[in-house]
Design a protein around this ligand. Structure first.
Ligand code: IFL
Length: 467
């Protein structure tokens, strides 16, 4: 893998940029990290209390009005927040709250609904959430429910290429939408490989690996993937190579299949894709590293806009061995955080301005900071996570929970009445693990999915509070 080198001019640029950054970016590290971890736990407990009182068993609470909304089905609740929250509650030692969620899941969870869901979203959130809760407490019913859901998603993979349709009906198995993207083709193996390991049924692993390989086999001569593809014909429908929306977790899961399942094919595919991304997409400006969108066949730059979703990518690069590039990319995003407080949904690094000013309560920068910290324990990553948490507490906290931001450039920031269920599974867990040094987590040997679900590394207490 290649890594970037900084010249004198860019180093000078970086120094000037640092000098212009707000004072808190350079604070000496006098933070009481464990007290901060306690604060994260207290916020989780408070938000859970709001959800329990107003929306228990519903998919997502509306944090400003106290109402609720459905997701991933359109007109039926599956208790998504509860499923996403479970392993976070567990790792925080919120055992009574975990027990409530578990009891609801065992009594009420039913997937035999005549409605369609996104295969990708439902897998990372529901299959993954149930598997991580199973990892926490060992209850066999959680595994059975995860398997039931995977069985309902399986018909989507019955295409000539093995790449899945985007939507499937949970009851009838009817499928829709063959025009898909790398993330929705290849973000399955860690959860589905775990399912195969736990059930002894190889279909889950084999089906989802076939899909990931089918996409890789269609890479360009530059070893780049484009952003849209037809799952039935295998023909590319777009030309843009990106690490942002629609592509991001494809690369993450190639690495993760190696990390969690020891899959050497996936490691090789990850290395090939990453070498190409670093060769063709790195763009160094003003002492910052960005990953440009390029044409997948020519390598020509097509955009200097970055999705906020790509902010996770520095953590992945570092995990995969490109530590210097991963750290530099994460610092670029941290600079945007220092400037706006909360990252805008997309940002043009050449123009140094947001191209979308919303933020859907996103976890990606905290995710990268956590992964970098796991690798080297450098305090700078904890400080990025701390600033992310403090800004969230300041701007996203609403009457009944945490809310999206409609405009990160407004002061005060404008909130939106939405709390995505990933909030319960992702940043709250990343912050807590980053600050608390909890004995419930194995910091040396662990695996967190793209949704923050812990599939390896939960440590059960000697005398479990939960049976
Ligand atoms: O569902 C979340 C997950 O991290 C993902 N994409 C986006 C969501 C969070 O922003 O893979």
């Amino acid at each position: 893998m290649t890594s970037i080198r900084f010249g004198r001019r860019t180093l000078l640029g970086a120094t000037l940029a640092l000098a212009a950054a707000p004072a808190f970016a350079r604070d000496a590290d006098d933070t009481d990290w464990h007290a901060l971890g306690d604060d994260v736990r207290a916020e989780m407990r408070w938000a859970w209390g709001q959800y329990r009182d107003r929306a228990f068993g519903l998919d997502q609470i509306r944090p400003i009005s106290g109402g609720a909304e459905c997701f991933p089905l359109k007109a039926h609740h599956l208790g998504l927040t509860l499923i996403e929250a479970m392993d976070t509650l567990w790792v925080m030692g919120l055992d009574a709250e975990f027990a409530d969620a578990l009891a609801w899941t065992k009594t009420h969870l039913d997937f035999a609904i005549d409605g369609e869901v996104s295969v990708f979203e439902t897998s990372i959130r529901i299959v993954g959430g149930l598997l991580s809760a199973h990892h926490a407490c060992g209850d066999p019913l959680l595994l059975a429910k995860a398997r039931d859901m995977a069985d309902r998603l399986l018909p989507a993979f019955a295409t000539p290429t093995g790449m899945p349709y985007r939507f499937v009906n949970l009851k009838t198995g009817a499928v829709r939408d063959a025009a898909t993207n790398p993330a929705e083709v290849g973000t399955f193996l860690p959860e589905w490989g775990t399912l195969s390991r736990l059930t002894g049924d190889p279909r889950y692993h084999d089906t989802t690996k076939r899909a990931a390989v089918a996409l890789f086999d269609r890479r360009s001569t530059l070893d780049l993937l484009a952003d849209t593809i037809d799952a039935t014909t295998g023909r590319w429908l777009g030309r843009r190579a990106s690490v942002g929306s629609g592509a991001d977790s494809y690369y993450e899961y190639l690495w993760d299949a190696w990390q969690l399942l020891g899959d050497a094919d996936c490691k090789r595919m990850y290395d090939v894709c990453t070498a190409a991304i670093l060769r063709h997409q790195q763009d160094e400006r003003y002492g910052e590293l960005w990953i440009a969108d390029v044409d997948f066949e020519t390598g020509a730059r097509v955009s200097t806009e970055q999705d906020e979703l790509a902010a996770f990518y520095g953590g992945l690069l570092a995990q995969g061995g490109a530590r210097e590039a991963g750290a530099a990319y994460t610092r670029s995003w941290a600079g945007v955080q220092h400037r706006f407080g909360i990252l805008p949904e997309s940002f043009d690094y050449a123009a140094a301005r947001p191209t979308s000013v919303t933020n859907a309560l996103r976890p990606e920068l905290a995710d990268a900071a956590f992964n970098l910290w796991l690798l080297d324990r450098a305090p700078e990553w904890r400080r990025i996570g701390r600033d992310h948490f403090h800004a969230m507490k300041r701007w996203n906290r609403a009457r009944y929970g945490y809310a999206d931001i409609a405009d990160v450039t407004a002061r005060p920031m404008l909130q939106a009445d939405h709390c995505p269920a990933y909030w319960w599974s992702e940043q709250m867990k990343y912050y807590y693990l980053l600050f608390s040094d909890t004995p419930r987590f194995d910091y040396a040997d662990n695996y967190l999915s793209t949704e923050g679900n812990v599939l390896r590394g939960l440590r059960r207490p000697l005398a479990p509070a939960i049976g």
